[in-house]
Design a protein around this ligand. Sequence first.
Ligand SMILES: Cc1ncc(COP(=O)(O)O)c(C=O)c1O
Length: 425
Amino acid sequence: MEKMEASTQLLSKRPELFLPEQWPSYYSHAKGVSVWDLDGREFIDMSYMGIGACVIGYADDDVDAAVKEAIDGGTMTTLNCPEEVELADLLCELHPWADMVRYTRAGGEALSVAVRIARARTGRDRVAFCGYHGWHDWYLAANLFEKDALGGHLLTGLEPSGVPSQLGGTARPFHFNQIEELEHLLGDHREEFAAIVVEPVRNFDPASGFLERIKEIAEEIGAVLIFDEVTSGFRLNTGGVHMVYGVSPHVAVFAKAMANGYPMAAIIGTGDVMQAAQSSFISSTFWTERIGPVAAMATIRKHKALDVSSHLIKIGQQVQDSWREAAAKTGLAVSVTGIPPLAHFSFDYPNGLAMRTLFTQIMLEAGFLATGAFYASYAHQEEHVIRYAAAVEKAFDEIAKAHEINEVENLLKGPVAHAGFYRLS
Ligand SMILES: Cc1ncc(COP(=O)(O)O)c(C=O)c1O
């Protein structure tokens, strides 16, 4: 088939981020950890597994059976589906500090709802945040106040075009584990902040006392603490990773892994904060369809019954070890970061991005979708990791040899990949 020019609405799926001009870009079907491109080539996905959504695996039989049954029973009517009540009970059971639940279908919009609720609850405008939380006005407004405020959290050079200039100063960033920075930005405006929004964990573990202190600060200043668990949720446990760290927020937001790739997101929170949603207008037709809650319940129940998170941790550790071992054997300087289910590595060289591009090129030829990140799924088995580890070692060896003679760029069959997301959080 003739190569299609790829364009995408999701930054993280851009082929230029992986392997410009060579990445397969489009798929015909997927199952377990395999993805077939439009030419019928099969690849084992050792990269982002549906940008972190497919935590059980592609086209999982159990989740899909529940969805198919829902389709046969009608997924949208004038009446509501009872599954959204069942799912709310399940989420509150997993997070006993939460009393109320709202739904959307995507992570960014769920964060927008959470911020709206916090603003409604407090009657304040400002939001202190750390990390990436979506594309909406409240978030991009950060770049109105400071030209490249999002440079250390998402991407450098993002123009907040289309975002009302009046929002300037309402969204203020700080860095993960940097309490002093947060204190400094709150400064003399403590009583103007509606919310503090953070991911409980991302590329680095929270420093001892960091989450606890953020909660104390939020309560001291009367702001709502929002944990963004869109990516961190359902990795180290069944539910929000904050349950592992023992710090509950006032609001937590889930999406991605909660429904194994079906669109679903939830905002859960304490009764007194969530009640404020009633005083605002937050409403959308497709937030009431049935597939999302059905897929979420099937995913969460399977996740819990099979202790999926233990598997994700084990597989993630094996993959992180495979990078470390291949680096040690080949003498390459490589940094391995991230919690095991959301693992990352980078080549610590000035041309590290070219090296990563070459890695993706070599791995693609060996039948793997691979880059500097590995998001584990329940469908990844040890046999995949063994095959992957052998291919990683060969790839690192080739890269090390090319590096020695300054040939990395010459071995690339296309341009160097773009850097993409830059997350310090
Ligand atoms: C932490 C975090 N928040 C929010 C989002 C946005 O979610 P969505 O892409 O579903 O809108 C993402 C997506 O990558 C994320 O990782």
